[in-house]
Ligand binder design. Structure first.
Ligand code: NAP
Length: 211
């Protein structure tokens, strides 16, 4: 299947799908597709984080594995692409550096940063938040059971002057979580239908999440 050419700088709107993707699962894929359709995005570029600054005390799988699983997961969607920008960058992966790089490459495009609502609620701990907000809008994906109006109130409380830059989408498929998948693999339980088949095979073949 023909992939979109992300060298095309004439996108009206593009999505950056930011996450650790340890591993990527159907919840992430449905989130990206839902965001693409709701916000008329020309392309969604998945950006696996290289060295997440907020996970210094956690074990995160090698960036090479997370990147390859992401590539395997998006291959059948011509509107999806994957960027190595964060995994190739030295040091911690700060969203501001990624957003600025996309802004430089796509000066005329509207940029949406798509990620989990829980991650966005921590945004005050991120580096140069206001500068990020000046470059892009956010799409916060929620898991089932989230109270959306409560979420809007929280965003208003955190960043009153930028709260209109944050959109929310409800994604029932986000009942799936990477944490649960890692736990299931460690217990030798099936992960079929939670991740694309190629990702499932990659996980078993490379002995990921066993300890
Ligand atoms: P996280 O803290 O591991 O995840 C928080 C929640 O959001 C989890 O429930 C997670 O579910 C979900 N989530 C994460 N990415 C998602 C996505 N793309 N779509 C839907 N749900 C998602 O968050 P993270 O993955 O490490 O980071 C999210 C993004 O924020 C990354 O791009 C990261 O670089 C950025 N970030 C930047 C800074 C900074 O610049 N200082 C700091 C923190 C985060 P799953 O576990 O199932 O994915």
């Amino acid at each position: 299947m023909k992939k979109n050419n992300t060298e095309n700088k004439k996108y009206k709107a593009l999505g950056i799908m930011g996450g650790t993707f340890d591993p990527i699962h159907y919840g992430h894929l449905v989130t990206a597709e839902e965001a693409r359709c709701q916000f008329n995005l020309d392309v969604v570029v998945f950006v696996p984080s290289g060295k997440p600054p907020h996970k210094k005390d956690y074990r995160v799988s090698d960036a090479k594995h997370r990147y390859l699983m992401t590539v395997l997961a998006v291959v059948t969607n011509p509107f999806f692409d994957v960027s190595r920008i964060e995994i190739d960058r030295e040091g911690y992966s700060y969203t501001i550096d990624t957003v600025k790089a996309f802004r430089k490459k796509y000066p005329w495009s509207e940029i949406f940063f798509i990620t989990g609502a829980d991650a966005i609620l921590e945004i005050l701990t991120w580096k140069k938040v206001e500068e990020i907000m000046d470059h892009c809008r956010f799409i916060a994906a929620t898991r089932p059971g989230y109270n959306l109006s409560d979420l809007d109130k929280k965003f208003k409380a955190i960043l009153p002057e930028y709260s209109n830059r944050v959109e929310t989408i409800e994604v029932p498929a986000l009942a799936i979580s990477s944490t649960d998948i890692r736990r299931r693999v460690a217990m030798d339980k099936s992960i079929k239908y939670l991740v694309p088949e190629a990702v499932e095979q990659y996980i078993w073949k490379n002995n990921l999440y066993k300890s």
